[in-house]
Every structure is written in structure tokens, then in C-alpha cells.
Design a protein around this ligand. Structure first.
Ligand code: 5GP
Ligand code: ZN
Length: 155
């Protein structure tokens, strides 16, 4: 679990300060909506963070455009990683909230080149419920999506 949590107020968080060039970072790429820089922890060489330029704490605070831009930049960086730090695999990871594993509350996506036995562990306790349970879960989500659509069209 995370050892460090950045509790700075929005706009003054570590990543806002990196985006504003107030604190140093090894920047890899930037565009209108995103900035990509080397993660200070370097789980494997080529470990990059892609952050939004605007402060948004997590996935629930970004616009559709920012969400798309994060993935587009992550893919660009992943392709560059394949040239600069060739790896058999590559993991994208985006954490939300302390329980989700997030330690810096400014949305970012990890781009991590992966190698056999590289020590990264993601425990994934499968439950495998019955098909009827899956159908119920899907219905709950369809209802939530429909409610969202209704709200959007009413706005
Ligand atoms: P999270 O746990 O929120 O998904 O990831 C936060 C990441 O930010 C960690 O991997 C950590 O190494 C990285 N990080 C924390 N502080 C700094 C910093 O000041 N500079 C850079 N480049 N990375 C940082
Ligand atoms: Zn921020």
C-alpha cells in the first residue's frame, strides 16, 4: 500500500507544480491537455506518468476530452517506450482514491514497461459469481448509464 500521500490543496499539488515548472521533472512530452514526465520511483526504466495539465483529482473530475487525451498520450509514450526501453509487456495503471491506490491526488496514468519476474504484483482476488449475478450487475449499470444520459439531455 502507498507510503506517501500528497495532501496539498488543489492547484498546489506536486503535479500542478510540475506542470507549472515550479518544481523540476524530467518531462517527456506535452500538449494542450497533458504532460508526461518520468516517475521519480522508476519501477522499471521508462516508467512515465501522464497527467492532465489542468488540476483534476481523479477520473470523476476530468472532461471526456481530457480522459481521451490521457489515453492518447499514454499510448504515444508506450510506443516510445517500446523503442527506447524494449520490453516484453507494458502496463497502464490509473488509480483513483486512497482505496484505489492513489497517492497523488492529481489524475495521472502510469506507463510501465514490464519484464518477466520484475517484482510488480497486482493481487486480483477473483470471485466468479453466477451468471445471474453478472446479469443483475449489468442491469444496475445500464440503469445508471441511462440516468446519466437523461441528465445530460435535460441539461
Ligand atoms: P499513484 O500512487 O498516485 O498512482 O502514483 C503517484 C506516483 O507519483 C508515484 O509512482 C510516485 O513515485 C510519483 N511521484 C511522487 N512525487 C513525485 C515527484 O515529485 N516527481 C515525480 N516525477 N514523481 C513523483
Ligand atoms: Zn494538481
Amino acid at each position: 500500500m502507498p507510503k506517501f500521500v500528497d495532501t496539498s490543496p488543489p492547484g498546489q499539488c506536486i503535479f500542478c507544480r510540475i506542470v507549472a515548472r515550479e518544481i523540476p521533472a524530467a518531462v517527456v512530452y506535452e500538449d494542450e491537455l497533458t504532460v508526461a514526465f518520468m516517475d521519480i520511483g522508476q519501477v522499471n526504466p521508462g516508467h512515465v506518468l501522464v497527467a492532465t495539465r489542468r488540476h483534476a483529482a481523479n477520473l470523476f473530475e476530468v472532461t471526456d476530452e481530457e480522459a481521451a487525451a490521457l489515453m492518447q498520450t499514454a499510448r504515444r509514450v508506450a510506443l516510445a517506450d517500446q523503442q527506447a526501453f524494449p520490453s516484453a509487456g507494458l502496463t497502464l495503471l490509473q488509480a483513483n482514491g486512497a482505496e484505489g491506490g492513489q497517492t497523488v491526488n492529481h489524475i495521472h496514468m502510469h506507463v510501465v514497461p514490464r519484464h518477466a519476474n520484475d517484482g510488480i504484483e497486482l493481487s486480483w482476488p477473483r470471485k466468479e459469481p453466477a451468471a445471474s449475478v453478472l446479469a443483475e450487475y449489468a442491469e444496475q449499470l445500464r440503469n445508471a448509464l441511462a440516468a446519466d444520459r437523461k441528465r445530460e439531455t435535460a441539461a
